[in-house]
Design a protein around this ligand. Sequence first.
Ligand SMILES: C[S@@+](CC[C@H](N)C(=O)[O-])C[C@H]1O[C@@H](n2cnc3c(N)ncnc32)[C@H](O)[C@@H]1O
Length: 395
Amino acid sequence: MASESDVETAAADLRRQLAARLEKDGWLRSPEWRAAVEAVSRHVFIPRFYRESVGPGVTTWEPVTPETVGQEEWLRLVYSDETWMTQFDGRDIDWADPKPVSNAAPTSSSTLPSLVVRMLEDLDVHEGMNVLEIGTGTGYSTALMCHRLGVESVTSIETDEGVARRARQALTRAGYIPRLLVGDGRAGHLDGAPYERLIATCGFRNVPPAWLEQVRPGGVILTTLRGWMRSLGLVKLIVTGDSASGWFSDDDPSFMIARQQDAPESLGMVPGPGDGTTRKATHGPEVLTSSGPAFMAQLAAPDARFFAMPVDGGPVCTFLLDSVTDSFAVLAPTDSGWEVRQGGPRRLWDAVESAVTTWEEYGSPNAAAFGVTVSHGQQVVWLGNPNGPQWPLPT
Ligand SMILES: C[S@@+](CC[C@H](N)C(=O)[O-])C[C@H]1O[C@@H](n2cnc3c(N)ncnc32)[C@H](O)[C@@H]1O
């Protein structure tokens, strides 16, 4: 495969194969979105990208370009159902000579196509609707919407200038010129409002109030919510005047956190050996890593993060630190289970255990049993129904 027309012919074939697979797997449910996947060339949006390299030790990312892996393999990877990274630590990459990257956090990517189309299907969008996208990224999802709805219906906001510039170039190359903005998507874009639909492809700790003002009553906000420990999942909110409410999906898709809401660099002050008060713990640190309980821990301790390390040459203890309120919980193994030492204004482990107990009393449900209600004063996640047990989102 050498000439540009060979690439285009092969890409068209791969797009059809990708669409067929996404349909077979249940992600693509409508002929309109299938047509968009078959029409929009993902390779225009990710001419070069990074993949995680397999091997022991630190996570390393290696560049994938037609030069590094060969044109055929590059194109095959472009049209596979994978997320491909395009930026790390918010820094521009020298795409003329991309080098392997390690010890870095991905800050922009082309999301895996199955998640993109699943969200587009969930968005329940139709011709004539005005849509606001937060997190343009490479521009691929923007292009799918432009194909389906027309450029005049699509506004997309990207926070990173370099990422936004490349997306604009790729979209223009693909023949789409929607309204593209550089800025913090939490402010939305008032001039383009009202929107019938808002879709966010980065994760937020809460639902930005401006979105409620800019999405029309009856409109939909589709976003992932996440904390500093883990993702809470995908929530679909229906706007009703100055509030919005809706349910989580039954899985927990995850997006990179909005740049402005990333966790502070410092984990918080590590408590000294005599700090805090100690009690027997009902649950050990496994709560922080097993799916349902970890969801509850994220709700109960929204500003916390955890790590494990041996203390004074003794056993490995788990530290749960909340750097916002300077609260801590330290879990240490005992002969019969775990004990917890807590200090600071928030009793973190009390809150985590209480949330896990509530979840167990409700039959240990998955995320689909939870919902969110957002109003200007307050944002809460509830269990079962809007009047059920509640946990505030950090605002
Ligand atoms: C997973 S990528 C988006 C993928 C994109 N939809 C695609 O198909 O290529 C998330 C993007 O959100 C951007 N982002 C992060 N915080 C943002 C914010 N506050 N406002 C707008 N964009 C933001 C990141 O820079 C990144 O490019």
